[in-house]
Each structure stands twice: as C-alpha cells, then as structure tokens.
Design a protein around this ligand. Structure first.
Ligand code: ADP
Ligand code: MG
Length: 780
C-alpha cells in the first residue's frame, strides 16, 4: 500500500459512481465536490509533476459541474495514471526521468548501479550531518566538522607553481574570516561564489599555516531574505558518486523523493507494521532522506528511527520472500536421484582408511538423503579447515557412480586442485573409482580424452580449476558438482558449471563458518550441514598474541622450528588502499629475515610477483626446498604442507579473526603440533583483547560469532564471507534480528496462502526488481 494508492482509491470510487449516469450521481450529496477534492489531494502528493498537473487540471474541469462529458474526459485522461500498475511502471523507468537528472548525471549514477527512479529513491544516506548549530567563524575548531554562515569577501582562481590552479573564496561573518578552497570543479564555484554572496558552509575545518581553511566544503547560497536557520538542518550524506558533488547528489535524491516518494509501495502486512510500530512507507522515505527538524540526530545516525526501521523491515520482508521463492523453485527442479544402496554404502565406508566422526556421519546422512531426491541437492557443507570435508565429497561421488553418473570437483587454485586430486584418488580407488585432474594447462587433446574416459566409465571424478567451466570441456553424464571454497568463485562461474549437466546435484564446501543467525536466514535449516568436530589426532594450534617488541622470542622460536627440520609461514597483511606500503613492508621483512637467517632458503610471494614464479615458490615450499615462506594473504586458503608447524602473522590486528583462524589451519597438519604467533603491531588493549579470542578458542564458529558481536554484521559481510549472503541496503541481519524474524513469519504466512504470489503481482515484481538474479549468489 501507499499514499498514492489510497488517493487513487478516493478518486476511483466517486469517479466510477458518477459515470454510471446522472440519476445515480444525483443520489449522492455533492459527488462532484468529493471527486474534486480527492483529485486535488492526490495532486499534493509526492508524485511526478506531470501527474500532479493532470490531477489539478481534472479537478479544475469539475468546477463547472460534473457533466457526463467532463467525467468521460477525466476518466480518459487519467486512465493510465490511475491504473494499478502505474507506480511500478514509473519507478522502473530510467533514472533520467527524475527532474534534474540529465544524461551525464545518469551516467555517473549508473556507475553506482543506480539505473532506475526506484534505485535513486533507495540510495539511502550513509550518515547525517547535524547543522542545527551555526558556529561563529572565530570559534571554528581545526579537525572538526562544523557549519557556519557568512559573506564572500573575496574570491578568485589562484595559480600554483606546478601549472595547476585552485579556486579560493574568503568568507567572513564579522567574528572572523576563513578560506574555502576547491581544487576541482573550479568553473562552477567561480560563477556562484562572487564577492557579496551570502553562504551557508559546512565541512571539515583544517589548518593551513596560521589560518583555518576548508577544502571542497558544502556550500548553500542563501537568497537575500533567507536566514541560515531556515535551511534543512540535519542533512543526509550519501556515499560518494564519482563525478557528482555531494550537494548535487543530495539535490537529486531529494528531487526523486519529491517526484515519486509517495508512489512507493509498502508490502509488509498492516498487522506487522502495527505490531512493530513502524512508520508509513511514504513518510519513511521522506524522513530518511529529508529528516524533519525534530528528529533526534543520534537515532538518525543509528538508523533506529521508526522511518528507518520501516525500510529495514521492508527490506527483510522482500529478502525472506525472495529466498523462500528461490528455495521452492530449486526444489521444484527435477533431476535423477543418486542412490547408494545400504550394502554399497557399508562397503564404501568400510573401504575408507578411517571411521567417520559423529559430525561427518550426520552430514553424510543429510547429503545422502538429498541425493536420493528427485530435485537437485543444493547444500552448503561448512567445517573448519581439517574437519574432514573431502571424504564426504568422495562418498557423494560414490553415490553418483552407483547411479551411473560422474562427478566434478572444483577448487579455486591449481595447487588446491592438485592436492584434492591426490587425496581424492587415494580415497576413491578403494571405492572402485578413479579421479582425473584438469587444469588450465591441460592440452586440448587430453581434455578430449578425458571426456572419452568419463563416457566409457574409466574415470568417475574430475578434479579441476575454473578450466572446468570452459566450453571446450565436455563432462558427460555429470550428476554431481562439488565446489570447494565456494565463496571464492563468482556467481557466473558457479552457474556455468552447474549448467554443464542436467541439473546436477550441488555440494558447496566452505571453511568459513557462518554464524547460525545468518545461516538460518539464508539457507533455512534444511540445506546447511556443519562439521565442528575434528578427526582424532589433530591438536589445536597453540596460539599466542605477542607485542612487536618480542622480536627475540619470536626469532628463537623460528630457529627452534628450523632446527627440528620444520617449516615456517610468515604472513603480512595486504589491502588495496595501502597496497604499496604493505608490499614494501613485506619485502623489507623478507630482507631482514634473510639477513638474520643466512643459509636458510626463504621465498617471498605476493600478488605482484608473476604467476609462474609464485607457483614455483609455493611448489618449492610444498616440497621442502624452501623452508620459510614469506607471503601476503595469498596463501590463506592454500597449500597443504604437513611439515609446516609455525605461523607468524605480522600486523595481526589488521586481519579478521575468521581469517586468522583459517590461516593458522595451515600449520600443524602433519601430526606434529602447530604454533601461531600473532604479532599485534601497534599493540593496543582492544587489539589484544580481540586477538586473545584466538588464544582461547579453537572453534571457527565461536570465533565467527565473536567477530560478529565485536564488529557487527556490516563488517562481517564486508569480508570474504560476503559470497554467502545477499547485500542489504539498510538492514543488519544481526542487529535487526527482531525484524528479521517478524519478516520471516510474515513471509511464510503469505506464501502459505499464495505460494506463487499470484494474488500479489506487484509484490512479485518488487521482489524481482529488488533481488533479480542477486539471490543466485546465495546458493548456486
Ligand atoms: P578439510 O577439507 O575439511 O579441511 P580434509 O578433508 O582435507 O579437511 O581432511 C583433513 C585430514 O583429516 C585429511 O588428512 C583426512 O584424511 C583426515 N580425516 C578426515 N576424516 C577423518 C576421520 N574421520 N578420521 C581420521 N582422519 C580423518
Ligand atoms: Mg579442504
């Protein structure tokens, strides 16, 4: 529902009634008047200007009475606008329909994936600036953001020695003067900020020599008669769009809200809206984008106003509906079941070199049951590094084999593919299956041969990298696809592989635990198996957080480890924003280490090192020819080197806990205990406290939950786990748990009554617009 739909209802009733004929119309008191005011009220809503205009014209047409002719004309001129599908058609139009958005602006917006009117309406503020307090210029504080008003006393372009120029304006308010500088967009400011202009300025105050100045501040030109206090005083701020100054962006969003805000439908059932005390949808959009003066800035920033919460709840409702629909759709697909008889299963398990752990048995029972269905399995198997996921892939492949089908296992890197190939081969042979390896380097002739082997049943399992997706690879009789480290693959890639067979069963494996609250949202209870328990024989990695001053102690542990003939990983952080400095840091660390350990073979790998060389270094490390591997996080989900027992992480505070947990899974895999030294540099009480969780806990799940508590879902989603979960605009799956469960209940309730949303075509379209193929990311 929306204000617009209410208004349309108020017009339609009397309009249709009146058109039944004068006798009918006369029976109702002042039908023309009722209709006229309904039209006028609708014209006041935040709808497109041309719509308002037509409504006002219609209203005016009735002033001289409601003749049959006038009514016909009105009905005709408003037919398209009053149609139930008008709002969604309007909102789906290109963003250039928003007044003020020209072709160039539309292009800039497109880079942020803002393509339609609706996209711009739902481009929500990331923060709010409180400009209720206008500060005297003499009181401006360096290092803080502030708002002030004044008059431009001088302005002009200033050339720099290097040939560049900037625009400068000096603003004074009687208490003092301050400089404003622009290094880009000089032209626009030159025209607007002539001496004498009255302005309201907001931005960060900085120091330049002895003066204060602001760079690229936000400036409103005040008309002669406005007081600064009359301008909107809590101002939304949006994430930057390249090529659009913040003020312009704000103006465009405002234009979108004013020209279409009341067309947006709220889909949550009224009962839920009432129960959660949420705001009406139209006012939610208005207040989130253009907050009223009375709203509490703290709650705005916190996104906890009833307006924000309405949008949160709407978003979660569409998410739940979208996911549930997708789940149902997957379950409706048909494929051949892969069945392992009880006898065959017992034989297969007896042929394994070990007995399954309790968790493995449970997960296997779930997988086996899925495979036996006529709809393709779509299961995520999550378990820490070393919990034994691979053997479950082998058993699933055995089920495929028993049903005359082949299996493909996909790994993110060549090294991992090779390791999987060896493991699978060892496990599969006693079960009567053979595995083959296919990577980017496999020549076409061998690829063709592989297809023949699969066809003839000489090979049952293909292990490979993304080369498996390639058109030139033929995978006959494919019944099962296993994806290791599934979040490392793009959606398109995963889908391409799934398309190779006829709806193959899919098992995605991941070492990155998803906290239960999030997993439930996305997978429901059904399609998610978990391994917590480790197979016997592997102790936890003994982990210590140490200060950067502990260099001697670290070195002595290094020499100890080397003396025992074991190997060492040294990991440096690498993030895009500080890539140069990070690489320098790693390179310097590597050189220092080489000096400190003469005669010990060490290698450095990072993303800037050429692929072949990198692979060689990794292979040398795996073979023991290189004893110390210094790396940025590229080894993270990487090589299995049983002889590596010590992991040193530099700047550990810059890593996520889950990431560190995965990293330490690299050591102590060969029966000897593993050690991890996390160097917190700089060391702060917070970083130590956070990292100490790793000293205490060896459970990836516990660690993920802790990380989630500390950093919030936003952060958590921003990390590499993101592949599991859809991107939300406003809602936070953890913080908004209450709204999430309300949305889940409401969604289930609706789908129970209307499974295919046939009775709510508008809602169905809204889900498609909001999520489209984006939910595919979550599963396939
Ligand atoms: P993951 O892929 O989950 O990190 P793997 O499948 O590589 O773990 O298994 C780790 C190691 O544990 C392998 O050497 C594997 O043979 C062994 N393993 C797996 N399951 C068991 C078990 N039930 N008992 C003993 N060893 C096991
Ligand atoms: Mg594995």
């Amino acid at each position: 529902m929306s204000r617009w739909r209410d208004a349309v209802g108020a017009i339609r009733g009397p309009l249709e009634f009146a058109r039944r004929g004068p006798e009918v119309a006369e029976r109702v008191h002042d039908l023309a008047g009722t209709l006229r005011s309904a039209l006028a009220r609708a014209a006041e809503l935040w709808v497109p200007p041309e719509v308002s205009k037509r409504l006002r014209e219609a209203s005016a047409r009735l002033e001289s009475g409601a003749s049959a002719e006038a009514l016909d004309e009105i009905a005709k001129s408003l037919a398209s606008v009053l149609a139930p599908t008008f709002p969604e058609r309007w909102l789906a139009q290109p963003v250039s329909r928003v007044p003020g958005v020209g072709p160039k602006t539309a292009q800039a917006l497109a880079r942020k994936e803002i393509a339609t009117v609706e996209d711009l309406l739902f481009f929500l503020p990331r923060a709010y600036e409180d400009r209720r307090e206008i500060v005297p210029i003499e009181k401006l504080e360096v290092g803080r953001s502030a708002a002030f008003s004044g008059t431009v006393t001088r302005s002009g372009v200033v050339p720099l020695r290097n040939g560049r120029r900037f625009f400068q304006a000096i603003v004074s308010d009687g208490t003092g003067a301050v400089q404003l500088k622009w290094f880009r967009g000089i032209q626009t400011f030159q025209d607007r900020l002539a001496p004498g202009a009255r302005v309201l300025v907001a931005g960060d105050v900085r120091r330049y020599r002895f003066a204060k100045e602001l760079h690229h501040p936000d400036v409103e030109i005040l008309a002669a008669e406005t007081e600064p206090g009359e301008l909107p005083r809590i101002v939304p701020s949006y994430s930057a769009v390249e090529g659009l100054p913040p003020r312009t962006l704000r103006r465009l969003v405002e234009s979108a809200v004013r020209s279409a805000g009341d067309l947006v439908d709220g889909w949550l059932p009224e009962a839920t809206v009432a129960e959660l005390a949420l705001a009406e949808i139209g006012s939610a959009l208005r207040e989130v984008h253009l907050p009223s003066v009375g709203l509490d800035p703290a709650r705005l920033r916190d996104r906890s106003t009833p307006y924000h919460l309405r949008l949160v709840a709407e978003e979660l409702y569409l998410l739940q509906l979208g996911l549930e629909q997708r789940r149902r759709e997957l379950h409706r697909r048909v494929t051949d079941p892969l069945v392992l008889s009880n006898d065959a299963e017992a034989r297969a398990r007896a042929a394994l070199p070990f007995a399954l752990t309790g968790d493995q048995q449970r997960a296997w029972a779930e997988i086996r049951a899925d495979l036996a269905r006529r709809s393709p399995m779509n299961r995520l198997l999550v378990g820490d590094v070393g919990t034994g996921k691979t053997v479950l892939a082998v058993l699933a492949a055995a089920a495929a084999h028993a049903s005359g089908r082949t299996s493909a296992l996909l790994a993110p890197t060549e090294i991992l593919a090779e390791q999987h190939f060896e493991t699978l081969h060892r496990l599969a042979l006693p079960l009567g299956m053979r595995a083959a390896l296919l990577t980017g380097g496999t020549p076409p002739r061998e690829r063709a041969e592989l297809a023949r082997w699969l066809e003839r049943g000489e090979v049952q399992i293909v292990v490979g990298t993304h080369a498996l997706f390639s058109e030139s690879v033929d995978l006959p009789r494919l019944g099962l696809v296993v994806i290791d480290e599934q979040h490392r693959f793009g959606v398109a890639q995963r889908r391409a592989l799934a398309r190779k067979g006829e709806n193959p069963h899919l098992l995605a494996m991941s070492a990155t635990p998803i906290p239960r609250s999030l997993a439930l949202t996305v997978f429901g209870d059904l399609d998610h198996s978990v391994l917590r328990e480790r197979p016997p024989g592997r102790g936890p990695v003994e982990t210590r957080v140490v200060p950067p001053t502990a260099g001697r102690a670290v070195m002595s542990q290094v020499t100890e480890t080397l003396r025992r003939g074991e190997q060492i990983f040294v990991v440096y952080p690498l993030v895009e924003e500080s890539e140069k400095a990070d690489l320098k840091d790693a390179t310097r660390g590597f050189e220092r280490l080489r000096k400190a350990l003469p005669g010990v073979s060490a290698a450095l790998v990072h993303g800037r090192i050429e692929r072949g060389e990198r692979a060689r270094a990794m292979a040398d490390f795996a073979a023991g020819r290189v004893r110390v591997l210094v790396a940025t996080t590229v080894i993270e989900v990487g090589v299995d080197v049983p002889n590596a027992t010590l992991l040193i992480v530099q700047h550990a505070e810059r890593f996520g806990l889950a990431q560190l947990h995965q990293l330490r899974g690299r050591v102590g895999r060969g029966g000897r205990p593993g050690h991890a030294l996390l160097i917190a540099d700089p060391i702060t009480p917070e970083s130590v406290e956070r990292l100490a969780i790793l000293e205490r806990s060896d459970s990836g799940f516990e660690i993920a939950e802790a990380e989630l508590r500390i950093r919030g879902a936003g952060e958590w989603l921003g990390t590499r786990q993101a592949g599991h979960l859809p991107e939300l605009r406003l809602a936070d799956l953890v913080r908004h748990g209450e709204y999430l469960s309300a949305a889940r209940v409401a969604a289930a309730d609706l789908l129970a009554r209307d499974p295919n949303l046939e009775k709510s075509p508008g809602l169905r379209a809204a889900i498609a617009r909001r999520w489209g193929a984006r939910l595919d990311l979550v599963t396939h």
